[in-house]
Structures are given as C-alpha cells and as structure tokens.
Design a protein around this ligand. Structure first.
Ligand code: SAM
Length: 402
C-alpha cells in the first residue's frame, strides 16, 4: 500500500470507490471524489459506506457550507442498522465540544452493551483469542486490514510493534473515529460495509483479518473473496466465528464448520477458546482435529500460503501480552474491574457470555498496592507481570480512557 506523508488532503493510501471502482482523489477539504460522487472523511476516517446516499448528500452539503462539526456529528450518529436508534445529535455535539474520557464518550454515543464490550475489551477472552491468532500467524511488520474492527483494539495492539500502518474498518463510523481519538491517532480507518466491495485496490495490505465480526455479514462468501483480493501475502485470518451448530450469544448469521471450510482453504482451524487458553499460557495454540468442532461455540480459520521455511518459523511467533517487554510499558494499572480486589463485572450478559465459559475470570485477583508500586518501578517478577498483562489483570490504557 502506498503510504504518503500528509500534506493537507493527501490520501494516506490508495482508495477506490465502492460504487464505480475508480481511484478516489482529494476534492477539497474533507472530501474525496470518484468522478461521479463525493465521499466525506474526517480525522483519517473515510466514510465509504454504500446505501447511505441521503446521509452522504447531507454531510457533503454541510461540508460545502463549512458546517463541519455538524457534518461530523451526523456521521457519528450513524448506526449499523435501523434496528438501533441513531445517537442523539445534541449528545454527539457535546462529545465534539469537550475532552471527555472514552467511558463518557460511549455514554454520549449511547452505545449501551457494546460500550462495556469496547471499554473492557482487554479482559474479554475473545480479545485474547484474537491476539493469539495475530501473534501466531502474522509476521511482525506485516500490515493488516481488520474487518469489523470495532474500536480497533486488536489492530492497535498489532501496531505497537509494527513500523508500517495497518488499516481498521467497520460499518459504523463512530467506532473508527473513537479509535482515532482515543486509541491510535493517525491511523487510516475505512468505514464500509464488508458485505460489499472493499474500497481498496488488489494487494493493498499484507494480511486480511476479521475477528468476532464475519458472522454478522449476510454475504460471508463475498467478504472472504474480497479479503483474498486485498491480502498480498495470501493470508486470511478469521477468528471467533460463531458456529451455527452451537448455542451462541449475539449469534448473527453463522455457518457450520463444514460450510466455512468450503469457503476458506484452511491451513489451520481452531476452537476459539483454545486460542484464548494458549494466549493465557503464552504457548502455541493446538489446531482442532478434522473430526471435531460441531459443539464448539466459535471457530477460527486461517488460510495462508507459506513456504516450508516460513512454516517452520511461525512456531516462534508467540508474542507477549502487551506486545512489548513490561519494563518498556508506562502507565500500567490494575484493571478497574478488579479494583475491589476481586472482579465486579459490568453486566449480567458479561457473566453469562464470558465468565461462565471461562471460569478463570472469576478467580482473577488484583495485585496489592505495594506490588503495583514495584511493577511501576520495574522491580516486579517479570513472569508474573506478563501473566497479569496476558489475562487483563493489568492494563495499559491510553490516556483518558476510564
Ligand atoms: C463484536 S464487534 C468486534 C470488534 C473487533 N473485531 C474486536 O474483536 O474487538 C463486531 C463488529 O463488527 C462490525 N460489523 C457488523 N456488521 C458489519 C458489516 N456489515 N461490515 C463491517 N463491519 C460490520 C460491528 O459494527 C462491530 O464493530
């Protein structure tokens, strides 16, 4: 992907129109053109969602009248589907005016249950399975495109140690904008519907990655074909895919293992919970045997074209919980969910969905104040700190998160 330094309005990478496939070109501040229509962008988040013509027309018209805050506000109100009421524009304008924490931002955006999922993503077992996959199957400086990235925690983790920019994408603009404001400024984020054509040229990134998101698509085969088109290394990683043969919370429109395997030429298939356990134990995950998987709640598939030498090397790619050596991390703190000593979970759904499936969560305990002071002086036992980082007892949140 061609990266540019950023004179005002230059594009950070080549983008193509999801409607006519033409290269998008700058067309004045906050606007791109595909020769037929204009597409808005703010703060490196590009709104390329189709089926939203009225919204795009209104936003473009506001930009042309120099009413940019209102234009951005309208994009931030947009939701995944009409089933969820739009955010309240006055609350969103408050978000734009003030320097609120991430916690307050998701309140102002009216995220509900999705809010605690994003706020506490670092302790959720399905986040750990995503880390396991990335560290096992992506080489250090490979650029990823994450589909359905939400606020982009997994991509942000990946970017800590990578010199090249990765790309987040989601159908909800506000998720990407929050990522840019709170987690990782400067990254390119693309708002588009992963059911449709991806607004990137062929081979634009090294690896295409989707985690806890593809089962929400109505056109999973189309999305996988697009992932293959944009991933220059030929590696596709699809983690935490719900299994149609098992019970699931927030199920989406899942397929069975056999159906997924007809779409992905899988070099590895995993039980997603095995990936979580492998991360907690900082070891290689064990693939799922061919005869298993019917009762597994969520699966993960990897399609990769590796040379023999690369296959031998992938075994070494087990990274560490925060990407870096604990001594390099500043701002480590005890996860606020454990500040009472033992866990206080954010909702009943959290307990049903995660704690029951992963009982280790109930046994997590926070280190005491003296231990935390030792950690911050770099004097604590490294193995212990790594374990606390891996399981989310310790977090290193960005400024202004909680
Ligand atoms: C459960 S979240 C997972 C977020 C992230 N992948 C993670 O693991 O932290 C699912 C995400 O998929 C996104 N999503 C759902 N349907 C989508 C679509 N049609 N195109 C792109 N993203 C979609 C949602 O907006 C949401 O952010």
């Amino acid at each position: 992907m061609k990266m540019m330094t950023s004179p005002e309005d230059a594009l950070p990478c080549d983008l193509i129109s999801p409607v006519n496939g033409e290269l998008l070109r700058p067309a004045g501040r906050n606007l791109l053109s595909d020769g037929e229509r204009l597409w808005p962008h703010f703060d490196n988040c590009f709104y390329l969602r189709t089926g939203r013509d009225d919204l795009v027309d209104e936003v473009v018209s506001l930009i042309n009248r120099d009413e940019r805050d209102r234009a951005l506000g309208l994009l931030l109100c947009d939701r995944r589907s009409p089933d969820t009421p739009e955010a309240d524009l006055r609350q969103v304008e408050e978000l734009l005016r003030s320097e609120v924490s991430f916690h307050d931002a998701i309140e102002l955006l009216g995220y509900g249950g999705l809010g605690w999922y994003f706020e506490h993503r670092w302790i959720i077992p399905t986040y750990l399975s995503g880390l396991s996959l990335l560290h096992r199957h992506v080489r250090r400086n490979q650029r990823i495109l994450e589909l359905g990235s939400g606020v982009g925690h997994l991509t942000a983790h990946w970017e800590q140690d990578s010199e090249l920019g990765s790309v987040c994408s989601d159908v909800v603009f506000s998720h990407l904008w929050l990522s840019q404001r709170y987690l990782r400024s400067g990254r390119t984020s693309l708002c588009f519907d992963a059911n449709g054509p991806f607004p990137l040229p062929a081979g634009a990134v090294d690896v295409a990655f989707g985690h806890d998101s593809l089962h929400y698509l109505s056109d999973i085969p189309g999305a996988i074909a697009e992932m293959r088109r944009v991933a220059s290394s030929g590696t596709l990683i699809i983690g935490h895919l719900h299994n149609a043969e098992a019970e699931n919370y927030s199920a989406g429109q899942p397929l069975t293992r056999a159906e997924y395997e007809r779409l992905v030429d899988a070099s590895a298939v995993y039980d997603d919970s095995e990936l979580t356990l492998a991360w907690l134990q900082q070891r290689r995950p064990r693939p799922l045997g061919a005869a298993h998987g019917r009762s597994v709640a969520a699966l993960a598939f990897v399609e990769e074209a590796l040379t023999g030498e690369e296959t031998a090397r992938t075994g070494e790619r087990i990274g560490h919980a925060c990407g870096r050596h604990p001594a390099e991390l500043s701002g480590l703190m005890v996860n606020p969910l454990l500040s009472a000593g033992s866990p206080v979970w954010p909702s009943r759904k959290f307990v049903d969905e995660y704690v029951q499936a992963f009982p280790y969560l109930e046994n997590l305990r926070a280190p005491g104040d003296a231990e935390v002071a030792r950690i911050n002086r770099g004097e604590a036992n490294e193995a212990e700190v790594r374990e606390w980082l891996a399981n989310g007892v310790l977090v290193c949140p960005p400024d202004n998160w909680y």
